[in-house]
Ligand binder design. Structure first.
Ligand SMILES: *Cc1c(COP(=O)(O)O)cnc(C)c1O
Length: 637
């Protein structure tokens, strides 16, 4: 028996089942109604607002699902958390430098996100990191002068000129030198424009880090200066009387680093480079550790690639401890600490909300007591396998049944059995598989060979979204995001499911899920009620997903709605951005929607001329075609 149906179900059990308090970082929970809530802290206390209530408000404003919901307060909360936790650690450890955070634009370039980070971050002097000309342009127009503006990536003359202008305007704009050739361009352009540049050196870090992005460090990392090149950069600046410009050492160990020991090792290596440059006579002053601060998507606090074995306070203390241990003995002044934490800043603030359109079950319909007279002997064999199933023969029975099912499918192909017989055999097989799966649930260990059985019998829930557009990392790097029903959590979820998207691609699915007990191949969900929309939320999707997404099957950007939660528990809709229309996505692949319409009109005109349709019908068809061009690319009710 499924334990979820035997005892009375509660919201508490759902909260535990989906692990929402583990990965939710105090931002997400469930209320007594069984709705998922977002929680925001105010001086007067914490308020919790139901995401279902917000979803209804969005529907009333006429935005169809899927919707990417942004919660501004969570962006603010993360900026506060990052800056305040560093401040506390600095005070606690008597550290003499400051923390200067910058947000790496590539992690979420959406204008509204950057506007909020720069607006709210101004109180902490939170800066931006740009990795290309386009990112620098938006950073210069978004940031208040005085803040740090860190320029990474390969830089041409135009990039450097832009940065030098930023310096003239009062930004602390650092060119992080990734290769010796780049330094020559910086020197030449700063002479040409008569602006003294601020220069950082990106050191190649050899300490190997675990996780998804191990390639960012080590010998073959494509970024950063080797120790020989670092000396070359120093000498060149020194010879030109520009050593005062060299004020920052940069390193980036990779993103989502699960193990604090790896971060310590990388920080230590960076500190050695820093100290050496100071000893050589560079003024320095800033030590930039790049990204890597991980998000615990699983809520397991482990070294799993989608988790981390430390919290922010541990991260801050580790950095400070290693700096002090390395620099204090050499009498070197404490540098300002810079981090380019992207993922940890924005992941929490976005939730993808979508509805379920249909469900496919893999269940036997009722079987006859006996087989019809004259049934094929293979069918009889299969039928007999359903008898005497015991714990010790589960795997054998299943393997045998699979073999016979294969033979029956062959017989059908060769024309030896009928469609009805084949259908009956598939049903018998499913009944057998279900009986076996039911027994496995009662065992301590899944018998060898039957590991995938539960998943093969699970439902497929068809979701109104595209994995490729909205959750590209699930497909590209097997990223796991928490998925939870937004409502009905007071009811027992009686189904086990995987989720398929709207694309007709076999990769357009989610089949790895986070629960309170770990990662599983299926997700417990509720049976869908025919008269009620069933809404799911995908959480922690604010980092990297929006611009990495693509137009697979021409499913475009979703609608985006930004809300701000108020102290009295109400919320304001701050921004509503219509998702792509069909005309939009067609124009991305170089169609001209107007020309498409004109072609289609000509086709309709021919149909009128050839008397296949009447002229009134032509008008209706053209109106519908035109409305479709303006419509949403997702499934509409
Ligand atoms: C991608 C990147 C970051 C952001 O990393 P997170 O792990 O998301 O914080 C920071 N700095 C550089 C140089 C990067 O390439």
């Amino acid at each position: 028996m499924n334990p979820r149906t035997t005892s009375r179900w509660t919201v508490e059990k759902s909260a535990e089942l989906y692990g929402i308090r583990r990965w939710g970082a105090g931002f997400f929970d469930m209320d007594a109604n069984g709705d998922v809530t977002v929680k925001v802290k105010f001086p007067s206390g914490e308020v919790a607002v139901s995401l279902m209530e917000i979803a209804q408000g969005i529907a009333q404003r006429d935005h169809a699902m899927p919707v990417l919901l942004r919660i501004e307060n969570l962006l603010d909360a993360r900026i506060i958390f990052l800056n305040e936790t560093f401040r506390e650690a600095i005070a606690e450890k008597g550290y003499e430098g400051e923390y200067r955070g910058v947000f790496p634009v590539k992690v979420n370039q959406q204008s509204h996100v950057i506007e909020e980070i720069t607006r709210f971050g101004a109180r902490y002097g939170h800066g931006l990191e740009a990795g290309s000309k386009a990112e620098l342009v938006l950073a210069m127009a978004s940031l208040q002068p005085g803040a740090l503006l860190i320029c990474n990536g390969y830089k041409d003359e135009e990039f450097i000129d832009l940065g030098l202008r930023a310096t003239r305007l009062g930004y602390r704009c650092f060119f992080v030198i990734e290769s010796p050739a780049e330094l020559d361009i910086v020197i030449a352009r700063s002479r040409a424009l008569g602006v003294r540049p601020l220069i950082g050196a990106r050191a190649k870090v050899y300490a190997k880090v675990g996780g998804q992005w191990t390639e960012s460090s080590g010998d073959r990392s494509s970024f950063g200066l080797s120790s020989t090149q670092l000396i070359e950069v120093f000498e060149k600046l020194n010879d030109l009387g520009m050593i005062d410009c060299l004020q920052l050492l940069h390193c980036h160990l990779g993103s989502q680093i699960p193990n604090l020991a790896d971060i310590r090792a990388g920080v230590l290596e960076a500190c050695r480079y820093y100290a050496a440059l100071v000893k050589e006579g560079a003024p320095m002053g800033y030590l930039d550790f790049g990204g890597g601060l991980a998000v615990d998507y699983l809520g397991s606090q482990s070294i799993h690639p989608h988790s981390r074995n430390y919290d922010l306070a541990d991260y801050c203390r580790a950095i400070i401890d290693v700096i002090r241990a390395t620099l204090d003995v050499q009498g070197i002044k404490h540098p300002h600490i810079v981090t380019e934490s992207g993922r940890a800043t924005v992941a929490f603030s976005s939730v993808l909300m979508f509805n379920i359109l249909d469900v496919m079950h893999f269940e036997a319909v009722s079987l006859p007591e006996t087989l019809p007279e004259g049934s094929h002997k293979r069918l009889r064999h299969l039928f007999d396998l359903c008898e005497d199933i015991e714990d010790h023969n589960l795997a054998d029975r299943y393997t045998e049944a699979q073999a016979i099912r294969g033979q029956i499918r062959d017989l059908f192909r060769q024309g030896h059995i009928s469609l009805r017989e084949r259908s009956l055999s598939e049903n018998i097989f499913l009944a057998l598989a279900q009986a076996i799966a039911g027994r496995i649930d009662g065992l301590d260990e899944i018998p060898a060979g039957l590991e995938g059985l539960r998943q093969s019998l699970s439902d497929i829930y068809y979701g109104n979204f595209s994995v490729f557009q909205s959750l590209p990392d699930t497909w590209a790097i097997n990223q796991i995001f928490p998925i939870v029903p937004l409502h009905r959590n007071g009811e027992a979820p009686t189904r086990e499911a995987i989720i398929a998207d709207l694309t007709c691609d076999s990769d357009g699915k989610v089949d790895t899920f986070i629960t309170g007990r770990g990662v599983r191949p299926t997700l417990p969900l509720h049976a869908v009620n025919p008269d009620e929309e069933y809404l799911l939320g995908v959480f922690l999707v604010g980092a990297y997903q929006e611009t990495l997404g693509d137009l697979h099957n021409l499913l475009g950007d979703t609608n985006i709605v930004s809300v701000r939660i108020n102290e009295d528990g109400s919320y304001d809709v701050m921004k509503e951005i219509e998702g792509d229309s069909i005309a939009d996505v067609l124009s991305y692949v170089e169609y001209n929607p107007q020309a498409l319409f004109e072609n289609f009109r000509a086709i309709a005109e021919v149909a009128v001329r050839e008397k296949r349709i009447r002229v009134e019908e032509r008008k209706q068809i053209l109106n519908e075609f035109s409305a479709s061009l303006q419509g949403y690319t997702y499934f509409e009710k």
